[in-house]
Design a protein around this ligand. Structure first.
Ligand SMILES: C[S@@+](CC[C@H](N)C(=O)[O-])C[C@H]1O[C@@H](n2cnc3c(N)ncnc32)[C@H](O)[C@@H]1O
Length: 369
């Protein structure tokens, strides 16, 4: 079978481009280049499958389908007829088009979607644009009359690993939790502790990272519905991944004051197959005893205030400061926080390592100097 080298793109949340580029380089990808919003790279089907299977920090992986210069709908239609739809889309598929337009003649996103669906259907020999088969996301960006088309290969966003079905309040995305561990240089060689662990995202992602278990092994991807899907190749990659898996993991400790979220963390960890590596305890932040462990990384995502009053919030950050300055003073210490004023309440000497987005809120990743 002829190998098509594709231009690929791993989209990330802001701030995770660098760690995602490092992941792609470690996977041996060619042409890796971090840009705003993600990482460009290239490869054939094998690389596309590998990226979906292994990337811990990307939101989705797309294939660049083409770039069309067009200032009117007939031109868009005519040029879209030339695109290699048949490589990715089965006849009967309905394109779900997500379009953004800037400084372009073509602005009407519904008409853009309709035109592209018609061109695709005609290329695939289907009469009419309505497909009954699987839906396929097509991301269209029109800027200065240049229309860039990218086909999504992931389907559900990659943070949906499949294990997290029980959540507490304001859980972190799995991709963000994994990215923060990587930004902090944690590679599964030292203990990890989250004193406000909620549904356990840092700990479970930490376990998957330490065990070198691929985050995408248990889920489906959009590319599995493509006409060129090679299940044998996918199975071979899973088998290869299984051989690389490590059998041990450092101690991963979580605490929270809420018994219900700890139960959710236990169920999630069990689904992810890592419960045996976690130690979860119901402990109030201010009562946290000294850890009986060599120093490692302590990281947490404290509440930001939506549910707590200002006074309680200030107390929480003060308690966090005492914990980090006291029994954890030998540890590498980090936390996420949207407000510098709140972070200051800890009383700790802080560095703002980088800015990230959590649930649409800009947050700083703070480390203790
Ligand atoms: C934003 S959530 C953390 C979410 C978690 N990172 C996840 O992915 O599910 C904050 C957690 O801190 C816990 N918490 C708040 N104040 C606490 C305190 N004083 N002591 C212990 N846990 C506390 C809450 O119960 C909640 O589970």
């Amino acid at each position: 079978m002829k190998k098509h080298i594709e231009q690929l793109f791993a989209a990330t949340a802001p701030g995770l481009e660098g760690v995602c580029a490092a992941e792609l380089t470690a996977l041996g990808m060619a042409g890796v280049k971090a840009v705003v919003g993600g990482v460009e790279f290239c490869g054939a089907l094998r690389e596309l499958y590998l990226a979906n299977l292994w990337l811990r920090t990307a939101s989705r992986v797309v294939v660049r389908l083409g770039e069309l210069r067009c200032r009117d709908f007939p031109t868009l239609y005519r040029k879209a007829l030339q695109l290699p739809w048949g490589r990715y889309v089965k006849p009967g598929t309905r394109l779900q088009v997500r379009a953004t337009c800037r400084r372009s003649r073509l602005q009407h996103t519904e008409r853009i979607a309709d035109t592209l669906n018609k061109a695709m259907a005609r290329t695939l020999g289907v009469v009419g644009a309505e497909g009954e088969g699987p839906k396929q996301l097509l991301i269209v960006s029109l800027e200065d009359d240049l229309c860039r088309l990218s086909l999504d290969s992931s389907g559900e966003l990659l943070h949906r690993r499949g294990y997290r079905q029980d959540i507490g309040a304001a859980p972190l995305r799995e991709t963000l939790a994994a990215g923060i561990l990587m930004l902090l240089g944690w590679q599964g060689e030292r203990p990890l502790f989250d004193p406000m662990c909620g549904s356990g995202t840092f700990l479970i992602e930490g376990a998957l990272l330490a065990l070198q278990r691929p985050p995408g092994a248990e889920r489906r991807f959009a590319f599995m519905d493509w006409p060129r899907y090679r299940p044998g190749l996918w199975r071979a990659l899973l088998l290869e991944a299984g051989k690389q898996e490590q059998s041990c993991c450092p101690v991963l400790t979580g605490a929270d004051r809420d018994a219900a979220v700890l139960e959710a963390a236990r169920r999630n960890a069990e689904r992810a197959g890592v419960l045996e590596f976690l130690s979860l305890q119901q402990v109030e932040l201010s009562q946290q005893p000294p850890p009986a462990l060599p120093p490692g990384l302590v990281v947490c995502n404290p509440p930001y205030g939506a549910r707590l009053g200002r006074g309680e919030l200030d107390d929480t950050y003060r308690a966090l400061g005492r914990l980090y300055a006291g029994v954890l003073s030998e540890w590498q210490r980090a936390f996420l926080c949207p407000e510098p004023r709140l972070a200051k309440d800890t009383g700790l000497p802080l560095a703002r390592l980088t800015d990230l987005q959590n649930g649409g809120i800009r947050v700083g990743l703070f480390t203790v100097k």
